[in-house]
Every structure is written in C-alpha cells, then in structure tokens.
Design a protein around this ligand. Sequence first.
Ligand SMILES: [Zn+2]
Length: 315
Amino acid sequence: MSNPLTLHLEHHPLLILDGALATELEQRGCDLRDPLWSAKVLLENPVLIAEVHRDYLFAGADCLITASYQATVAGFMQRGLTPEAAREMLQRSVQLAVEARDTFWRDEANHPGRLRPLVAASIGPYGAFLANGSEYRGDYSLSTAELMDFHRPRLAALLEAGPDLLACETLPSLTEALALARLLTEFPSASAWISFSAYDDAHISHGERLADCAAELDAIPQVVAMGVNCTAPRHIPALIAAARTATGKPIVVYPNSGETYDAERRAWCGPATVDAFAQEARRWYDAGARLIGGCCRTTPAHIGQIAAWARRLQT
Ligand SMILES: [Zn+2]
C-alpha cells in the first residue's frame, strides 16, 4: 500500500477537502427527499454531480469525495437495478470525480501552487442505507461480520473504479469503524480515512470516546487519517485535541456549516457565515488537523475561503 496523502502533506501544510454535495445539488433543483439521497442523482442526472465536483476543484479542493455515501448495491437493487447495474452505478460515482479531476488537471493553468487533486470514494455507515436516522446513533445490532458483509460489495466495486483512497465517513460507532478497517485487509493495496460523527467535545455518536477510537485505529496501517465530520463546528477543537492524545496519524475534520436544524420549523437556521466557518477552520489547523473541509450545508464558497488562508501559509 502506498499512502496517497504523503505527497500532499509533505508539500503543503494541509489537504483541503471539498464541501457538501447534497446542498449544491439542491441548489441545482434536485429533490433529494429519497432513501438514496444524493445517490439518486447518480441515476437521474449525473452531469450535475460532475458540475459540483468541478466547482469544488476551482474553489480550491485538493480532494473530491464521491457521491456514493448513501449508494449501496442493496439500495439500488431495491430500486429495481440488477446487481451488475448497481455495481456500475457505484463505479459511476468514482468515474465522475476522476473525470472532473482529470479535466481540471489537464489544464496547466490550474497547476500553480497545487498538486494533482485526489479522489476519495465515500463509504457511509450502514445506518445511511437504512435511512431511518440510525446513521447518527449507530444503534443497529449487527455483528462485525455482518457489517463487513454489508460493506464488502460496495467497497469492492468502488475500489475497482480506481479512487485514490476511501473516505469511510460519518461513522457513528467504533464497531463499524473496526469492521471497515478489518474489511480493508481483504484489499491490501487500499487505504482509507476513518471519520466519525460526534455529539460533544469528546464522544462519537454511539457514545465511545473519540480518543479511544483513535487509539484503536492508530495500529492499523491502511488507515491513513482519522477524525470527525458531520459534527457541529464548536466541538471540533476539543475533538482534534482528544484524537491527538491517542494517534500520530493525520487528523481529518470536515464539520457541518454551523447552522442548526430546527426540526419544528423544518429549516436550517443561522447564524453561521462562510467567513466565520473559514476562520474557525484556521483554528482547526492550528489545533493540528491536516485534512480540512466541510460537510452538510457547506459550499464551494466555504472551501474557497479556507483555500484563501491555506494557500498563503505555504508561500
Ligand atoms: Zn454532514
């Protein structure tokens, strides 16, 4: 296994990730109220996904995350696809990001100050496939072996399409992270970052301490970074510090925008701004994070504002 992050982290102070895909797709008129969520657009309107990838590259992202978070063989089969067609749809998510990256990189005008961007194939938790809210609780009673069986076909299909690495993200529990880490050993040339959702300054969604998760993952060579995503920005500094007590691996953070969801009004509420997010991101860098981007409700503007300070660091 060669570590796909090494080149970037040797030459640049941090690797800038992209932001939300769903938010941008909704801006373009996609209705994502569907169990497949943004993966629905893979079926219906893949060109829009390519457009969002391109926007993030021009905003400054060094790494694209594919539209496969909620896409699974089982989910597509429930939609009437054959297993083979479902696998092709997963691979399309990687192809769209790879093509966007290659097109961007073919133009040498995009090279100054940059390295060839990476493509990370998204692996969401089992709960994202259930689409019943359990993705933020992790309270499904599957064994490690059952979780491995669930994740195996998607992981195999995505890897065949040639991403630079896997983004195992928004994981609610240590059990699911370790199931994915164990599954990785069946694909010895693959590497992944492992990222949890967290609900306070110290604990991931299912309740384990992030520091304990970091200690477990620290021993696994195919895990090339670990951290948190899909979490409120205010918890990020303490979570970075907690992870760093237990691992020397690069820390990845890509929290939500900082707006909060008001369930009663069924709407996202401020006061978070793009500038505030980018300023906080600078504090995550100072706290030791080395892969930084955005999750829900973040946009190319958020990533552009991170790039604005990050590119100055390296000159
Ligand atoms: Zn999120």
